[in-house]
Design a protein around this ligand. Structure first.
Ligand code: SAH
Ligand code: MG
Length: 211
């Protein structure tokens, strides 16, 4: 289990990670860090750093770095007029979402600045030229079809054998939520034969790389 003080900080941070799913995310990352020691971890989609506290705590427990990938401009559904818009993350100088200051503040408050490195940019562009194999990959970035597909294609091969791919917002039932993470990440991962599901908690799916 994550340190209770860090858990409190995660729960006080803006974002979209329910507590039980965050706890499951922490367990999955620790499991990955134990089965593939010394390989670093990546989170795609950090927003204000809520889920990053759980994964960063796991990375620190395993003695590795967590790269937190986000352009910090918000996803489609975070923009003004959409369901998940929050005007407190809009930079008044530009009128655009900028979650990087919130993210940095969360990492400082949680004492995870030595473990978590912010990587700011487009996830598919960064993933395409990424050079390190990973023990743990968590995909929770854009939920549009093209972006979800691009994230899967750019990142999944970086997961080492016995490493873990965790995917958030996987809904098999269209009435429960958008289908992009399910259809463009989860299903392709399973049908590739490279990943096997080991657990599901809420909309969080945890897959292990098997070949
Ligand atoms: N994991 C966070 C929520 C992430 S919300 C939590 O649990 O609280 C999704 C994030 O993905 C947003 O911060 C958005 O800026 C980022 N994002 C969306 N599309 C992206 C892209 N193509 N490249 C980089 N980041 C992206
Ligand atoms: Mg999510």
């Amino acid at each position: 289990m994550i340190d209770p003080t860090l858990r409190e900080i995660a729960l006080a941070t803006k974002g979209f990670m329910p507590p039980e799913e965050g706890d499951a995310l922490f367990e999955a990352a620790v499991r990955a860090g134990k089965s593939v020691p010394s390989l670093n971890m990546v989170e795609v989609g950090s927003y204000c750093g809520r889920s990053t506290v759980w994964v960063g705590a796991a990375a620190r427990a395993c003695g590795v770095t967590l790269y937190a990938v986000d352009h910090h401009g918000g996803s489609e559904e975070n923009q003004r007029g959409w369901e998940w818009f929050d005007d407190t993350v809009v930079d008044p100088a530009t009128g655009r979402i900028n979650t990087l200051p919130f993210f940095t503040e969360t990492m400082t408050r949680s004492g995870l600045t030595d473990t978590v490195r912010a990587v700011v940019g487009d996830s598919a562009v960064l993933g395409a030229t990424w050079a390190e194999s990973l023990s743990f990959l968590f995909i929770d970035g854009g939920h549009g079809r093209e972006i979800a597909r691009a994230d899967f294609l750019a990142w999944h091969e970086h997961v080492a054998l016995d490493g873990v791919l965790a995917i958030h917002d996987v809904f098999t039932d269209p009435s429960a939520g958008g289908q992009a993470p399910y259809e463009e990440i989860y299903l392709p991962a399973i049908s590739s034969g490279k990943f096997r599901e080991v657990s599901a908690t809420g909309s969080l799916r945890v897959l292990v790389r098997v070949r």
